[in-house]
Write a protein that binds this ligand. Structure first.
Ligand code: NAI
Length: 547
């Protein structure tokens, strides 16, 4: 965080135009007349001395004049390159407006054209051919106290598939959300693109593509590379948390299983997604006053999102008294080849545990009639799969059916909010992966929830930043999910909302982080001294964008 004290301490190193070129310390037109004299800035800035809020006004004017969100993204990223404080002041002035620009959905367009809109490197590119000297490469990063590395291979970005090195927009955006949502100081965050090559022929043929133009290596080679990377991060940045993001599904599951009990790490696509699913489900069950342990949950789609969600729901059911087998028996899955059942020969180990004895079926409607789910969760990428017949059947089986259509982008949602509320005659407790507009039905207005991971991972980040835990257990994510659910008040619930408001996101994240930190202290995971007032202690460490 830049402050006058910081700027002054930089005097010996940064003066004049070098200071204006340093985004961390640059204040632009907010440098005072005295600072301008002392720091060699006279003549390099116009006459006016402005406040941060006046500068924000100008930024907002610029943003309003831009023709598209992609142009706003490019502008904001360039602003971050010039003046980090003003960049975060902008994002934190209206998170609900700016998060969809620096992150999903606009970041998807940014990633698609990353090689074309590229201005300068933000974060590190660790390439396969650096094998054997990754630690040496990481030492080139100018900061030594790095607390989070968000690392992607670009192997499965949002709904875009493998986009290789263009995926760098994701770790950058994800870490910006740590700060914009949960006020984790940006100095400690390092985005990394582990460039293993790409299967994407079109990209490899694009002259402006910036990554390695090779296909990814075989599994054993990738595993050895990732092992070296993990060790190098531990050596160069001791105590750093590794956040895996947007890796190919099978790689994501394999690496999480390999490292989660050994080092401080997590995978947001798996654990963050699972926690946000559990958070919405917990709110829905609080609304209908039903226990998690009595639900029958059907996942439509059995990929990494389904497996992550199911595994965390199983852990949550175990915490409420069910055995592992009893909990797993409450969950079924249906994928592109039909119901996951025990005679299927094409299942992965992660899927096999949800393969129960049942007649094979390729008909979702029939599976619903037989399994009688209380909860239906779409993570299939198959837009429109929850037809009127499916939603009506869920509504005839349940007084308040819980229906989540989590696939995104919008055209992949299994059903829209309007369809869910209309076809269920207002009975459905519904959440989507994207933000649908509110729906009015017979004079009643419903606000569909968005199962957005930003309700969870920035809070986990903040908790990790302050408590410095040895590892992140599934229970940390369950606690975060419950904390999110507990922040949806009765008025919001009456409107069908399953998640806290986006406008107060910092307050929400701090409340969630406080619960997680309490849990970390209670379980002996935290490595710092327990303060008397955990919330006040966390608040004292929040980043505030001010000069
Ligand atoms: P994945 O590719 O690992 O899995 C997709 C699964 O859907 C596979 O099991 C596949 O067999 C199944 N499937 C595909 N077409 C189908 C069809 N026609 N009928 C039945 N099953 C079909 O993908 P992943 O990572 O599990 O993500 C799935 C979706 O969930 C994506 O759209 C993703 O954007 C979304 N998602 C949403 C999140 C959120 O809202 N917070 C978080 C993570 C993922």
């Amino acid at each position: 965080m830049a402050s006058i004290a910081n700027v002054t301490s930089q005097k010996a190193e940064l003066l004049g135009s070098a200071l204006l070129d340093d985004p961390e310390h640059n204040k632009g037109t907010a440098f005072t007349l005295q600072e301008r004299r002392e720091l060699g800035l006279e003549g390099l800035l116009p006459h006016a001395v402005e406040t941060l809020d006046r500068q924000l006004e100008r930024v907002l004017e610029h943003l309003d004049a831009k023709p598209s969100d992609l142009e706003r993204y490019i502008y904001l990223i360039a602003l971050g390159d010039r003046n980090e404080t003003l960049f975060y002041r902008t994002l934190m002035s209206d998170p609900a407006r700016f998060i969809p620009i620096v992150y999903d959905p606009t970041v998807a367009d940014a990633c698609l054209t990353f090689g074309h809109i590229y201005r300068r490197a933000r974060g590190m590119y660790v390439t396969r051919d650096m094998k054997g000297r990754i630690a040496q490469v990481l030492r080139n990063w100018p900061k030594h106290d790095v607390r989070f590395v968000c690392v992607s291979t670009g192997g499965r970005i949002l709904g875009l598939g493998d986009i290789g090195s263009n995926g760098m927009g994701i770790p950058i955006g994800k870490l910006q959300l740590y700060t914009a949502c949960a006020a984790v100081p940006p100095d400690y965050l390092l985005p990394v693109l582990l460039d293993i090559g790409t299967t994407n022929d079109a990209l490899r043929a694009d002259p402006l593509y910036l990554g390695l133009r090779q296909p990814p290596p075989p599994v054993h080679e990738l595993d050895a590379l990732v092992d070296e990377f993990i060790q190098a991060v531990a050596d160069v940045f001791p105590g750093c948390c590794i956040h895996f993001e947007d890796w190919k599904g099978t790689d994501a599951l394999r690496f999480l299983a390999r490292y989660k009990d050994k080092i401080l790490c997590y995978n947001d696509d798996i654990q963050g997604t699972a926690a946000v699913g559990l958070a919405g489900l917990t709110t829905a069950l609080q609304i209908i006053d039903a226990p998690l342990t009595a639900q029958r949950i059907l996942f439509f789609g059995a990929g990494s999102a389904a497996i992550g969600n199911a595994n965390l729901m199983v852990s949550a059911m175990q915490a409420k008294g069910l055995s592992l087998d009893e909990a797993r028996a409450r969950i079924s899955m249906f994928d592109i080849n039909g119901l996951i059942e025990s005679s299927r020969k094409d299942l992965t180990d992660d899927q096999k545990v949800y393969a129960h004895k049942a007649a094979p079926s390729r008909d979702l409607f029939k599976t619903i009639e037989t399994f009688k789910p209380t909860v239906l969760i779409g993570v299939s990428t198959k837009g429109g799969a929850f037809t009127q017949q499916i939603v009506e059947t869920m509504s005839s089986l349940n007084a308040r059916p819980i229906i989540f259509a989590l696939s995104n982008p919008t055209d992949k949602a299994e059903c829209t909010a309007e369809q869910a509320y209309t076809w269920s005659k207002g009975k459905a407790l519904y959440a989507a992966g994207v933000q649908f507009p509110e729906v009015t039905l017979n004079g009643r207005t419903f606000h569909p929830g968005q199962a957005n991971n930003f309700y969870i991972f920035p809070a986990i980040g903040l908790a990790t930043y302050v408590a410095r835990p040895t590892k992140l257990t599934d229970a940390c994510f369950i606690v975060a999910a419950e904390a999110s659910a507990d922040q949806v008040g009765p008025e919001m619930r009456a409107k069908g909302m399953l998640y806290p408001s986006q406008a107060n996101i910092l307050e929400t994240e701090v409340t969630t982080a406080t619960r997680v930190v309490e849990y970390m202290f209670d379980q002996g995971l935290a490595q710092v001294k327990r303060p008397r007032d955990i919330r006040a202690w966390i608040e004292g460490q929040l980043y505030r964008p001010q000069y």
